[in-house]
Design a protein around this ligand. Sequence first.
Ligand code: NAP
Length: 332
Amino acid sequence: MRAYLLQRYGGPERTELSDLRKPVPRPGQVLIRVRAAGLNPVDYKIREGKLRAINRYRLPVILGNELAGDVELPGAGVSGFSKGDRVYARVAKDRLGAFAEYACVEADLIAMMPHSCSYEQAAGVPLAGLTALQCLLDELGVKPGMKLLITGGAGGVGCFAIPLAKWLGAEVTTTASPRGADLVRELGADAVIDYTSENLGDYARRFDGALDLVGGDLQQVFNSVVSGGQVVSIAAMPEPRTAELDLNKGWQLRTLFWLISYRLRKQAAQAGVHYRYKFMHPSGSELAELTQLIDAGTLPVKIDRSFPFEQIDQAFAYLESGRAKGKVVVKL
Ligand SMILES: NC(=O)c1ccc[n+]([C@@H]2O[C@H](COP(=O)([O-])OP(=O)(O)OC[C@H]3O[C@@H](n4cnc5c(N)ncnc54)[C@H](OP(=O)(O)O)[C@@H]3O)[C@@H](O)[C@H]2O)c1
């Protein structure tokens, strides 16, 4: 089978399409004939070796974190999935493997695809959709009437976070450039801050909470949230609770995260807000909730561009430009 393999950490030249043997599912896994796979910034961060402190892969490894396809063969002990089922998944973080014609995925990470989606649309849902759902529900506890700031609303995660936050009843303000303004309004944003010409500093204490999808310096985001409010980021610096709650790791990683997040945590404390960096987790049952929302028409799926698998390098070049509006996927 064809697979997109990372040979050594580094730039795009460290990856190549290779011919490998079709994998065999272990007990509890499902062999999936992959029809489409979604690209995410985490893919190129893994390729560059930036996540080595968290997951050390034995190279070469097949890259790719999310997929949609058909069940080819349920492994021993798997119930609930049969050959031919149209499924999708955010695959296990320590195994990867979505950029291949076949992938073995743990059954509890898989859900039935939305009937209303093509494979390409479905492939763009699992990682970004679950991230948005888990941040809004589990971390921010979004309730009707909450004034919520989402930075970077036009990207892969933002295009799920905006409609999900609206569905939960929040009043949503998002940052976007003029290139993404129409898209975020179409997704339901109540107000748009043009980050290329406006200053978040003018929005002091306007929001009850914030979801940061951009990272970098969060001082203005902290200042824009009311005292006692919560700022959840998926793109700035991990902090000690990230190691404990999301990664289940020991004191070494907690200490590292304590050090690298020191400045951000200090700024948050001075602004009187709580800072949390969240790593999403794969979950078939939560993905099934997204399936229902998508089929009910509550959650649209925005695919920016779809590339043939053979052009996955071009797909990455586009994603890495940082300008994607919605998701980038490859079709197998
Ligand atoms: N911790 C986790 O579990 C987790 C999970 C998923 C993603 N992430 C991280 O979250 C980040 C976002 O992911 P993504 O998939 O949404 O990325 P993406 O699709 O690549 O985001 C691109 C979008 O960001 C917008 N953008 C860029 N700079 C901006 C700024 N300063 N202000 C507002 N918008 C800006 C761009 O709009 P313009 O072109 O209009 O500027 C573009 O539409 C990445 O760093 C990713 O690694 C983390």
